[in-house]
Design a protein around this ligand. Structure first.
Ligand code: ATP
Ligand code: MN
Length: 461
């Protein structure tokens, strides 16, 4: 943890000898002088290094260093005459650690497209954009934990392997140790008794049901872990593997749920503005102009509340041609969500009380017999960022909903017992962490806000 460039650039103690380790970003070589920009990933800004070649007899080392190479350079830190930096290093000795052939190193000084960079995901963190995304992602995940810990939520680790189709939230990835080339069969069906768990199992699509178990004991809990959905959809907002944050609160109705969700979002947004200033300025200038002001505006304005039915009325009256028609009872498309947040309200909107037919069985029924106590939070540029609800706490109503959706109550025996023993109103929501990172950075494609994106047809690296 010594001599990170981020700290060196802020230092005021000049004329001291230091050693800096990092990778060469650029090199400008002339007869007598050589200039390097050295990066160690700690900040967007690089350290400028100037070497008097003759004086220190470093020509051989300098020849071995090109963009991408790693080195440890020792020299004297001095005030810089240049206007782009306050300090620079006068290099006096170089230890070449790893060369990078300029003929083949793929990251050249020019701008590369994000599509190209996805093909070299092992090298893209060495670019300004991906290093900044990675740092902001780290800051945001810390902020998520900080918010919940400060508010006495308990972090619960829910399983990644699940033997129940939690909510039919999406297509599931089945996992098995049965030999694919010779699957054991009984009566013409796969004999799952021979499988690892003695029954079919999948990767989790949500930790919610297990989260509810812990909420009905510890009151306020949250999960933050990987989630898997085999969605065969090629959108800029869906991944097959993503990270989800799922708080669950006991003794909490939909109103409390919405209040916490809004407070939470505003907290993490403020945290990233306060703690990732350099990176946020970068996104503001080069990725999504004006994003900092947008975020500040969101932090200080109350979110708009609207029922699904009201939203549908607005959309039906809208003077625009949508690609997908709007009809009560159908899920809203991203274009509809963006119309509401961008054109009508210019900010986040919380939609509540969705038709029960398009929502999961566990959502609390309204008295109208048509809608449920669901809430989705929609934001400009993205659409849905959070999906949540008050849960059905009435045992009999829950059983009815299960059978209406052709789900077998026997598979949910433990979930039903939470209602049988000391049931309470409880609520929660799910936030896709990558959607949050997208929203904060302005990155267009969700594949570019996770280090190693997994999508249909693509699991390289
Ligand atoms: P969408 O309609 O956008 O597919 P959903 O209704 O399937 O979302 P939920 O099941 O409510 O989403 O999941 C909660 C949250 O998880 C969503 O609000 C979103 O932020 C995130 N999310 C859902 N599916 C994905 C995915 N495939 N990739 C990344 N994030 C996702
Ligand atoms: Mn979905």
């Amino acid at each position: 943890m010594k001599n990170r460039i981020k700290d060196i650039l802020k230092t005021t103690a000049k004329e001291q000898e230091i050693t800096v380790e990092g990778w060469i970003r650029t090199k400008r070589d002339s007869k007598n002088l050589c200039f390097f920009e050295l990066s160690d990933g700690s900040s967007l800004k690089n350290l400028q290094i100037i070497i008097d070649k003759e004086k220190y007899n470093l020509t051989a080392e300098i020849d071995r260093l090109s963009t991408g190479a790693s080195a440890a350079i020792t020299g004297i830190l001095v005030e810089s005459p240049g206007k782009n930096q306050s300090v620079e290093l006068q290099g006096q000795s170089i230890e070449v650690i790893g060369e990078a052939s300029p003929e083949t190193y793929p990251l050249q000084k020019k701008r590369h497209s994000f599509e190209f960079l996805r093909e070299i995901a092992h090298l893209r963190p060495r670019t300004n954009t991906f290093a900044a995304v990675t740092r902001v992602r780290s800051t945001l995940s810390f902020a998520v934990h900080k918010f919940f810990q400060e508010n006495d939520f308990v972090y619960v680790h829910t399983p990644i392997i699940s033997a129940s189709d939690a909510e039919g939230a999406g297509e599931m990835f089945q996992i098995t140790t049965l030999p694919m080339e010779n699957v054991p069969m009984v009566d013409g069906e796969v004999d799952y008794s021979k499988d690892f768990f003695g029954k079919p199992a999948n990767l989790t699509v949500s930790g919610q049901l297990e989260g509810e178990i812990y909420a009905t004991a510890l009151k306020d809990i949250y999960t933050f872990g990987p989630t898997f959905r085999a969605e065969n959809s090629n959108t800029s907002r869906h991944l097959a593997e993503f990270w989800m944050i799922e708080p669950e609160m006991a003794f909490c109705t939909l109103e409390g749920n919405m209040e916490i969700a809004e407070k939470f979002l505003k907290y993490v947004l403020q945290y990233v503005l306060d703690n990732s200033k350099e990176d946020m300025n970068f996104f503001n200038s080069f990725v999504q102009k004006g994003i900092i002001d947008d975020i500040k505006h969101v932090i200080k304005s109350p979110f708009t509340h609207l029922t699904y039915t009201e939203a549908v009325d607005i959309l039906l009256k809208a003077d625009v041609k949508f690609e997908f028609p709007v009809e009560w009872g159908h899920d809203l498309q991203s274009e509809h969500e963006r119309y509401l947040t961008e054109k009508v309200y210019n900010g986040p909107v919380i939609l509540t009380d969705y038709p029960q037919g398009i929502k999961a069985f566990y959502m609390k029924q309204n008295d109208d017999g048509k809608t449920v106590r669901a809430m989705d939070i929609l934001v400009p540029r993205l659409g849905e960022i959070i999906g949540g609800s008050e849960r059905e706490s009435d045992l009999e109503k829950l059983k009815t909903r299960l059978s209406e959706q052709d789900l077998d109550p026997k598979d949910y025996w433990w979930y039903l017992e939470l209602r049988q023993y000391g049931t309470v109103p409880h609520s929660g929501f799910g936030l896709g962490f990558e959607r949050l990172v997208q929203y904060v950075t302005g990155m267009q494609n969700i594949r570019d806000v996770i280090p190693f994106p997994r999508t249909v047809g693509s699991a390289e690296f």
